[in-house]
Design a protein around this ligand. Sequence first.
Ligand SMILES: [Cu+2]
Length: 337
Amino acid sequence: MRSGFKPLLGAVCAFPLSGCIGWQSALSPHGAQSGSLLRLIWLFVVVCAVVWILVIVVLAVALFRRRPIGNEPPLLEPSRESRLNGIIAAATVMTVLVIGTLTLVSFVATRGLDSADENVLTLRMRGFQWWWEITYLDASRPDRIFLSPNEIHVPVGRPVRVRLSADDVIHSFWVPSLAGKKDLIPGRDNAITFTATRPGVYRGQCAEFCGLQHAHMAFLVIAETPQSFEAWRRSQIAEAASPSNDEEKRGQSVFTVKACAACHTVRGTSASGSLGPDLTHVASRRYIASGLLETTRGSLAAWIADPQTLKPGSNMPSVPLSSDELRDVSAYMASLK
Ligand SMILES: [Cu+2]
């Protein structure tokens, strides 16, 4: 092989394959539903490839065996005519059979996607421009209901049913490694069910163009063992940590006195706004602003100082703060584990 060709070949092969791995890929399923969708995709690919090859072969044979066009009008050959009619009829039957079977198989496969037993964990997810409000419901214990914006934790092996709704525009729930896609439509309730089969962190993304920051509308699904899920749930149900030093104390009062409290809730304080994400445990989440920035004290300060530069058009305004206030309020935010 000539030098230069090998790396080129490698690059060409690696490019399409790079989409097949990682935390957001329909081609590496980690859930029951995404597994059956992948089998469906492969069935379609194989059947369609076989049909395509057959069509091309027949076309090539016809081209190679074509007879020269003479000046005479073509003769009518009854035996040849009836043979051709037979072939056309067989091809028609085959086409109907293939399309009918594929339709039936995809109907059965997609219908099975939404089945769940009584052990199901139910969440409510609302799409907003441009973040996700996620509520962990508990019908028998309202005191165990809590919010976890942009981050879903689920126990491995247990079906999760997500009730989907939207208030502004249409969004779409999509975690390719775990499940298919389902739209969140204003005025209409949808639901999707998925079961993670392996622990891991999977990325979800809004899959319906919903405005300026559509690309920055991601969320995480963290699948973990039932024990660590329960531990996480307990920590999320708890009220916010109290400030442990003077800086955090000052930060808390900046938060409750300034406009922040009008839009955000921190359970255990007087802040109870609901226009923005619940911040009771904001520092326990891996990302802020729907996957835009990893959660650190620095990124929290950058976000609070100028959300409109980091995420232009987002529904959080820049609230004027002195540099001391900014330092204190970000220390407080970073303490909300
Ligand atoms: Cu969206």
